[in-house]
Design a protein around this ligand. Sequence first.
Ligand SMILES: Cc1cc2nc3c(=O)[nH]c(=O)nc-3n(C[C@H](O)[C@H](O)[C@H](O)COP(=O)(O)OP(=O)(O)OC[C@H]3O[C@@H](n4cnc5c(N)ncnc54)[C@H](O)[C@@H]3O)c2cc1C
Length: 382
Amino acid sequence: MSGELRDEVRRWCATHVPPDWRREQAGAGHDEFVRFQRWWFNELKGGGYAFPHWPGEWGGGYDLARQAVIFEELARADAPRLVLHFVALHHAAATLFAAGTEQQRARHLPAIRDGEIWCQGFSEPDAGSDLASLRTRAERRGDVYVVNGQKIWASGALDAAWCLLLARTDPSAPKRRGISYLIMDMRAPGVTVRPIRQITGEQHFCEIFLTDVEIPVADRVGAENDGWRIAQSTLNSERGGTMIELAERLAHGFEWLVELAARNGAVDDRLARLASEVQALRLLVRRPLARGHDGAAYGAFASTVKLFYSELLQRMTGYGVELSGLAGQERRPRPLSSGWESGLWLLDYIGSWEWTIPGGTSEIQRNIIGERGLGLPREALS
Ligand SMILES: Cc1cc2nc3c(=O)[nH]c(=O)nc-3n(C[C@H](O)[C@H](O)[C@H](O)COP(=O)(O)OP(=O)(O)OC[C@H]3O[C@@H](n4cnc5c(N)ncnc54)[C@H](O)[C@@H]3O)c2cc1C
């Protein structure tokens, strides 16, 4: 069965993946990047591979093993990744499936399937790792919340139509209890987006300023003040489910490292260790997740996967920098938002550090694994 699927995806890739996309997109501006991503989304959707992880009635229905086959073949063909659609297809969809109302699902999921872009407004200037300290306020006035505050590091916010927003609805409650989960229209009056320019020249992250933004109460996900619990569904998807694709990309990137090592005569124990770690990651992410998406056990598992992926990526790209020597320092334009997979080892190494931060830093993942997974004493909450 998975052999048939593999052949089917491989055939599809052979005729649909543009062979020169990296070269053609190298040095592209933001508009060109967005146009290309939208085009690729529609291609993948046409093939049936844009959201294989969604439930069957919504156009997905592939189990973990078959999702892995699809992502493995896309990685093997070096297909572009849907960077711009990532939050919509994973974080937003997972949240709506776990906690959205029928109306919210009916309104938003078809639009996401048509290519709508979403962003995630969780972090604030003083609320990253300690997310529950967030200060953005949502005051209820009749049928709307009036929202004021600031978000930061929101990936893709410049192009997003909707935002997964956490805001404080009860300032007097203990900080994890007074938060609500809202779906914010990025086109609403009072929403200002300011991109943050990165060292690579990209503008992947944004600040979002919110001044008297009105969000209908009907756009709240779950009960008022229950946003913290629902946010765990989003974060578990970010740390767990998204990793199936990323693990396959990493395995593909490892082949580049093997080629480099072979050219340099550097095939050694270190490479062998990395090879077994890559394989371990691929097996880990495919493990059936019997306990569902919200349990503490799943949370610790998702954190383990995210921690292992991001730190393995660092070790691997770091080794690429060492092996490539001076040539690895070369500067060439690369495709925007290719993440760590630009093929330029130094840039890829720098890019690898990005993955140890979002969705919770490595230190935070270790805390979660220790406390929820191993039952160690809990860190005192501030
Ligand atoms: C590539 C990327 C994409 C992102 N995308 C988004 C997005 O789309 N939406 C969004 O809302 N946010 C996004 N973020 C923000 C990200 O979630 C935060 O940067 C992250 O949670 C860390 O918060 P901080 O930057 O405020 O660091 P801080 O919380 O200030 O942490 C600074 C350092 O202290 C350590 N530390 C803090 N508390 C503890 C503790 N209790 N125990 C041990 N060590 C601790 C941290 O590990 C870190 O090393 C993104 C970040 C990156 C890098």
